[in-house]
Design a protein around this ligand. Structure first.
Ligand code: AMP
Ligand code: GLY
Length: 436
């Protein structure tokens, strides 16, 4: 069997690992991949957004399944193109990917099918948006509707900040055309949780719950990043709660997409806010999260290849469920100097020997220079620790991260604090962790 993984980050490194486990005999290709995958997969120098290049490669190599990591090729219709040529691929069509690529579309769909989310209005005219802000309660949230590499949501304490955000997006085109349409929404208070599903168009099968840490610095302060760490399972993780999220959030969305003639296949990422009135959706993504994948997949015992192949061939996942490990996983992201504002490539990375039963290192932004491993992108490595509980997983992850060196490396030592240091949480939030 020939498998192709599209993407080059830590998430894709975790996909390669799991597919190697599920199909030891398979030939694995990663486009463009990263040095961490060498040995497990053959790297193919085709960028993730070169849909034509990927299509030709998949035809030539007779790829039996293509798995897409990042959102951009999905939003640009890679699945439609592969399907048109009869090539099996796992992921949503261009229409399905609108759940992530257009916040205006996702919010409308949620309203139409009664999925709980923040109240909102969508604007295509800056003056109307600015007028609306004048009568909106503080705090409030301004979001570019299109894809903005995770930077398109601005939580504003004041109306003045919201006006600035609208002006930046709509008038100064801070995110290009992604900000031509803007969603202004109510601020939701609570704890965040990510729940991933595998969807076959009709059924959504949940994997472990996880929680990621988006701010660059300890104490959840500083700039927003792609994610500085994550852990799984994250509370609430009980089956009653997960079933509620499936039934109240994932299923209505799948039903609505089917009714519209655009059934949703692939990974569905529900970013939730746990509020006093129950879980509400912050956003959907049409792919897996990074770095949540680096904790969720290593704990998934069931084959991931099997359901992905089934979905790519139009088969049903009815009756399938994902078995998980009883351990806990926590990942610490090591970033290069200046991240998230800039990256610092070319710094030599020294990796010590680590016990793979306790720690696994996923490459995110690494490169090879004269056969030496060096930093490539802003987020360089995701160091995942495993343990019988969160504390052990955290200790292993942090210890391993402290043993890895490259100039300018920085990482957070408080990933998982919601459960490791509940005294830092308000009583109300502590109740939300366990109260569903
Ligand atoms: P998004 O890009 O939509 O995931 O938003 C990025 C981050 O902004 C989320 O992870 C939340 O921390 C925050 N956020 C987005 N929307 C809201 C909201 N309506 N209320 C509170 N926080 C929000
Ligand atoms: N970790 C958040 C994301 O992948 O969007």
């Amino acid at each position: 069997m020939n498998l192709l993984i599209v993407g080059s980050g830590g998430r894709e490194h975790a996909f390669v690992d799991i597919l190697r486990r599920d199909a030891p005999e398979a030939k694995l290709f990663a486009a463009p991949g990263n040095p961490g995958m060498i040995g497990a997969a053959e790297l193919v120098p085709i960028p993730a957004d070169d849909i034509d290049g990927l299509l030709s490669f998949a035809q030539e190599e007779r790829i039996d399944l293509t798995v897409v990591g990042p959102e951009a090729p999905l939003a640009n219709g890679i699945v439609n193109r592969f399907n048109a040529f009869g090539l099996p691929i796992f992921g949503p069509s261009r229409a399905g990917a609108r759940l992530e690529a257009s916040k205006a579309f996702a919010k409308q769909l949620m309203n139409d099918c009664g999925v709980p989310t923040a109240g909102h209005e969508t604007f295509e005219d800056a003056n109307q948006a600015l007028d609306y802000i004048s009568s909106h309660a503080e705090p409030l949230v301004v979001k570019a509707s299109g894809l903005a590499a995770g930077k398109g949501a601005v939580v504003c304490e004041t109306r003045a900040e919201a006006r600035t955000a609208v002006t930046e997006m709509m008038v100064n085109s801070q995110f290009g055309t992604a900000g031509d349409k803007v969603v202004i929404e109510e601020f939701m208070e609570g704890l965040e949780l990510s729940v991933f599903f595998i969807a076959d168009g009709e059924n959504a099968v949940p994997l472990l719950t996880s929680r990621d840490y988006k701010r660059v610095a300890e104490g959840d302060v500083g700039l927003n990043t792609g994610g500085m760490g994550a852990y799984a399972p994250a509370e609430p993780s009980n089956s009653t709660f997960v079933e509620r999220v499936r039934a109240e959030i994932a299923q209505p969305v799948l039903d609505a997409m089917s009714e519209a003639g655009t059934p949703y296949h692939g990974f569905l990422y529900a970013g939730l806010m746990l509020t006093e009135s129950g879980p509400r959706v912050i956003e959907f993504n049409c792919r897996f999260g990074d770095p949540e994948t680096q904790v969720v997949l290593p704990l998934t015992r069931s084959s991931l290849l099997e359901p992905m192949l089934a979905v790519a061939h139009g088969e049903s996942l009815a009756g399938w469920h994902a078995e998980a490990d009883t351990r806990t996983a926590l990942t610490t992201v090591m970033a290069s100097a200046g991240y998230p504002e800039k990256s610092d490539p070319g710094r030599t990375i020294k990796l010590p020997e680590l016990d793979p039963t306790k720690v696994q290192v996923f490459h995110a932004g690494t490169a090879l220079r004269n056969k030496q491993l060096v930093t490539g992108g802003g987020r360089v490595l995701a160091v995942t620790g495993f343990g019988e509980n969160l504390e052990v997983a955290a200790r292993r992850s942090q210890y391993a991260a402290s043993q890895i060196t490259f100039q300018g490396a920085h990482f957070r030592r408080d990933i998982g604090w919601h459960e490791l240091e509940p005294e830092r949480l308000r009583v109300k939030d502590q109740q939300l962790l366990t109260g569903f």
